[in-house]
Every structure is written in C-alpha cells, then in structure tokens.
Design a protein around this ligand. Structure first.
Ligand code: MN
Length: 201
C-alpha cells in the first residue's frame, strides 16, 4: 500500500498575502511530502496490511502492528490532515461566503456564524503547542468545534469539515508569533463550497 502527495488545487503563491509562497512550498513540498514518505516507510514493514483508505487506516490504528502504530498515527494523520487543509482553502479572489443553507446550519448549531468563528478561533489560539483546530460534523449530525494535538485527527469524533493547521511551520515565516493574525487571515481564504460538500459525505 502506497500513499502519494496530492497536488495543490492552486499555485503555491495563490494564497498570498494571507499565506506566503515560501510557506506553501515548504509546507506542501517538504512537510506534507515527509509525512507521506514516512507513512509509506512504516507500511512497507508490513506488506500484509490490506489496501485501504487513509481514513480507514486511521480509524483502525488499534489493529496495526505495535511497531508501526505511532508512525502511522503521526504520519498518516499528517497526510490526512494536510490533504484536507489544501482542499478547504481557495485564493482570496475566488472566495465565496458560506451559502444561505450553511449559514442556517451555523445559526442552528452555534447561535450564529460569528459565534462559530469565535469558538473556532478560540480553539486555534488555545491549542497549546502544535496541533489543529477543527469544525466537524459529529455523530448526531451537529456541527462542532474541536481541536487535536500533533497530527491527531478528529475522525473518531465525526467527519472533519474544516481544519486549521496551527503548527508553527504553517505560519511562522510570515506571522512570527502572531498566531491570532494567521487565524483571522485563514477566514479570508476558506473554500466554503468544499466545506459544505463534505457535510453530505
Ligand atoms: Mn502542517
């Protein structure tokens, strides 16, 4: 079983000025590539592991041989999280706000879109050290904000719709220690159409 680095759905400079080209090039071409390579290295130790999706692999970490469990958790998680991250962003000149229908869901589950944004930004700010802030659809079909440390995924809690990488490698070149500015910038380049399409999956 071998995983590959997905191509970015836009040019590496397309998210500027919100995310700079050098960060994108390094983040996608080096960091994400390294997660894919290390995941494949770990899996190559056990060729008997059946072919499956990255989601299935991460949902069944307990079934994996002990010697690769941690490597798959970290690098497989890294591969899954970043693959979603690239997809749910879009250049600012193609930005479209959430649809009326999606706004209605935010209103139902959070009170308002602004309240959702506040909760999400808070989760991203409070994540101590490296990790991710998430919007997920939980097992009861409700939208929920959560966060995970390192490269852990929220897959056991529900379906991730939106994830923000708050590892320093995601923002430090441009924002230094100003994580809140990076979080605010992210809201200018979210691909809400893709986010909404994930609700039905
Ligand atoms: Mn990252």
């Amino acid at each position: 079983m071998k995983f590959t680095l997905p191509e970015l759905p836009y040019a590496t400079n397309a998210l500027e000025p919100f995310i700079d080209e050098v960060t994108m090039k390094t983040h996608h071409g080096k960091h994400h590539q390294a997660y894919v390579d290390k995941l494949n290295e770990a899996l190559a130790k056990h060729p008997d592991i059946p072919e499956q999706s990255i989601e299935a692999l991460l949902l069944n970490l307990n079934k994996l041989p002990e010697d690769i469990k941690t490597d798959v958790r970290n690098n497989g998680g890294g591969h899954f999280n970043h693959s979603l991250f690239w997809k749910i962003m879009t250049p600012a000149n193609t930005f479209v706000p959430p649809s009326k229908e999606l706004m209605e869901v935010f209103k139902q589950d959070f009170g308002s879109f602004e309240k959702f944004k506040e909760q999400f930004a808070d989760a991203a700010k409070r994540q101590f050290g490296s990790g991710w802030a998430w919007l997920i659809i939980d097992k009861d079909g409700k939208l929920k904000v959560t966060s995970t440390p390192n490269q852990d995924t929220p897959l056991l809690e529900g379906v991730p719709l939106l994830g923000l990488d708050v590892w320093e490698h995601a923002y430090y070149l441009n924002y230094l220690n100003r994580r809140p500015d990076y979080i605010e910038a992210f809201f200018s380049i979210i691909n809400w159409k893709v986010v909404e399409s994930l609700i039905g999956e």
